[in-house]
Design a protein around this ligand. Structure first.
Ligand SMILES: [Zn+2]
Length: 242
């Protein structure tokens, strides 16, 4: 079977819109008083979590089959015990989260950035085939983004001993990613405000698999296939049941 495509986040076209949408939805997305960092355009760094206890309508745009759709729903529901959001899988195409399932790419908007997409646009694509052994893990990962989670390998405390030239070569030859895409999706560390966690968790579902050839010394991360304790802990903190 073909290797899965690494996930790419859909960034907002406009950081100011992203900021206003996120804070309007959930004021706790606002930057903390301490200078939590600003991006290169000077917009304060904000998180993108949904309002607690809200209903998230989840729609599928042109799912290839009902079996395919049901397989995705089953995986998404694995998150339910750790969040206080109500997940409403609707039949039409109107949803807060709009999922397409077209091979081969896997991508998603982060949390409230989904509201910046046009009503006919998807907010997530699951390109991995449901027959692929990595399907469930991919859905868990993409839906983690939909809940507002970032990539764990970019955690502010991640201290991955990258072999950067090897990483550039590999991502270029395997996926035709430019150096800039690799920098943006692998090497760039995120602000504390975005991750809300204190520990870096290499067992997170939000971590890319990293083979030993892409690091110096003996360092690798397997493809994580289940939610880690910290994944669930973070979501319980953001979306507490009580
Ligand atoms: Zn991802």
């Amino acid at each position: 079977m073909l290797n899965e495509q690494p996930c790419k986040i859909i960034g907002p076209l406009n950081e100011q819109d992203s900021y206003e949408t996120a804070i309007n939805e959930n004021p706790s997305n606002a930057p903390t008083a301490s200078p939590g960092g600003r991006n290169k355009r000077g917009v304060a760094i904000h998180s993108k979590f949904w309002a607690s206890h809200r209903t998230l309508k989840i729609a599928f745009l042109n799912p290839p089959s009902s079996t395919h759709r049901e397989a995705a729903i089953k995986a998404i529901k694995v998150w339910q015990p750790s969040i206080n959001l109500k997940l409403d899988f609707v039949n039409g195409t109107e949803g807060d989260i709009r999922i397409t399932m077209e091979p081969p790419l896997n991508y998603s908007a982060i949390g409230t950035d989904a509201m910046l997409r046009g009503p006919d646009e998807n907010t997530m694509n699951i390109g991995t085939d449901p027959e692929h052994p990595g399907f469930e893990a991919t859905v868990l990962h993409e839906f983690g983004h939909a809940l507002g989670m970032q990539h764990e390998h970019q955690h502010p405390k991640a201290d991955i001993p990258w072999n950067k030239p090897a990483v550039y070569d590999f991502y270029l030859s395997a996926y035709q990613w430019s150096k800039e895409e690799v920098d943006h999706n692998l090497f760039k560390l995120l602000e504390d405000k975005l991750t809300r966690t204190t520990v870096y968790d290499p067992t997170s579902i939000m971590h890319y698999p990293i083979s030993n050839e892409l690091t110096t010394g003996d360092w690798s991360v397997q493809k994580n296939t289940i939610l880690s304790q910290n994944d669930r802990r973070l979501m319980r903190k953001i979306y507490p049941k009580q």
